[in-house]
Design a protein around this ligand. Structure first.
Ligand SMILES: NC(=O)c1ccc[n+]([C@@H]2O[C@H](COP(=O)([O-])OP(=O)(O)OC[C@H]3O[C@@H](n4cnc5c(N)ncnc54)[C@H](OP(=O)(O)O)[C@@H]3O)[C@@H](O)[C@H]2O)c1
Length: 339
């Protein structure tokens, strides 16, 4: 067995969008599993937008990554050595490995994977992002047949789950995505009724016109993934008693600059006059729903009734470039790094 392992640590806190110098790829002695722990050789790592938030030293729903600490994240891998009951060498497991080639984790924090689907699906369509779409839509979106849903980042793992579930529930589904290729994927692969390229509309009011055409009966559910121009475009189009599950606001993860900062407070009025239900949620509060989600959704994924896309970068060397690109829309589908 190799005597060292590789990991990526936080070298400094980014200002705005992260740059390569904010990270450090380093080699360290291979950790040894203590009693109750398992040593894992990681095969797939997840890249998720929330990781940008962990790089800032601000109070949030989860602690930030310290300078010099391994970047946080979920991985999938094989057990190399087990000192934990219930785990044996060769088992396929998933847990919070961090951005690393190997990890020692307590057995109680790991989940065994026994699936015929590719193991990487545990990080995307059948993992945290898929669960986020399923819980958030059912619980906070409260979809009803005949209504209209709008979602941005529509070809990502959250948006594509939301769109497909809403379509299956009989809603008209409108995707917002970056670029013509992603718009084509939204309609052809994920079954959205219409797709709008947010990059082709410079202003919120232009984008609003395009969304209004695609949603002639107004918007009943706006699934908030991005904030920024898209939020500003959609808010005035909301129908009375509409719902906005607030899942993410990636347009602002590097900080808010200019567009929308002065106009959004005025638009907040829409929440009052349209009697909107705006509900922020964090998936960590809903892990108890995971078994029910898997029961319902994994057979549909296995049968091809729910489609998913993965964008796989190769090697830990490509982790940082893939992360930086993802935050700007460079990924097409769930961003995975295969080791
Ligand atoms: N609340 C929770 O517990 C929870 C859990 C999971 C995820 N989330 C949030 O859900 C959202 C989607 O996550 P995901 O994992 O499915 O990500 P994702 O779609 O794979 O990746 C992010 C996408 O955001 C879009 N984007 C980036 N900057 C944008 C901008 N300025 N305006 C419009 N779109 C922009 C890009 O898609 P386009 O190129 O198509 O624009 C990019 O591909 C994120 O905000 C994430 O933080 C929240």
């Amino acid at each position: 067995m190799s005597v060292t392992f590789q990991r990526i640590t936080l070298a400094r806190r980014p200002s705005g969008a992260p740059v390569p110098e904010d990270f450090k790829l380093q080699s360290d002695p291979m950790p040894e599993p203590k009693d109750g722990e398992v040593l894992i050789a990681v095969t797939h790592l997840s890249l998720d937008p929330y990781m940008r938030g962990r790089m800032d030293d601000v109070k949030s729903y989860a602690p930030s990554v310290g300078i010099g600490e391994t970047m946080t994240g979920q991985g999938v891998g094989h057990v190399l050595t087990s000192n934990a009951d219930g785990f044996a060498t060769g088992d396929l497991v998933t847990g919070m490995t961090g951005w690393a080639s190997h990890a020692c984790l307590p057995g109680k924090d790991l989940r065994k994977l026994d699936t015929d689907l590719p193991p990487s699906t545990a990080l995307g369509v059948l993992g945290m992002p898929g669960l986020t779409g399923w819980v958030g839509l059912n619980r906070f979106g409260k979809p009803k047949a005949g209504e209209t849903l709008v979602v941005a980042a529509a070809t990502g793992p959250v948006g594509s789950m939301v769109g497909q579930l809403a379509k299956a529930a009989g809603l008209r589904t409108v995707a917002i995505a970056g670029g013509p290729e992603k718009c084509a994927l939204a309609t052809d692969t994920f079954g959205f009724d219409a797709a709008i390229d947010h990059r082709a509309h410079d202003t919120a009011s232009d984008l609003r016109k395009a969304i209004a055409e695609a949603a002639p009966d107004g918007v009943d559910i706006y699934w908030e993934n991005v904030g920024g121009k898209v939020l500003e475009a959609v808010l005035p189009l909301m129908n009375t008693h509409g719902r906005i599950p607030v899942c993410g606001m990636i347009a602002w993860y590097g900080g808010v600059d200019g567009d929308g900062t002065d106009r959004l407070p005025q638009m907040w009025r829409a929440v009052l006059v349209k009697r909107l239900q705006v509900t922020g949620f964090i998936i960590f509060d809903h892990w108890n729903d995971y078994p029910a989600f898997l029961n319902e959704v994994s057979p549909q994924v296995a049968e091809g009734k729910i489609a998913y896309l993965e964008d796989v970068a190769e090697g830990l060397d490509n982790m940082v470039p893939a992360f930086i690109a993802m935050l700007k829309g460079g990924n097409t589908g769930k961003q995975i790094v295969a080791l």
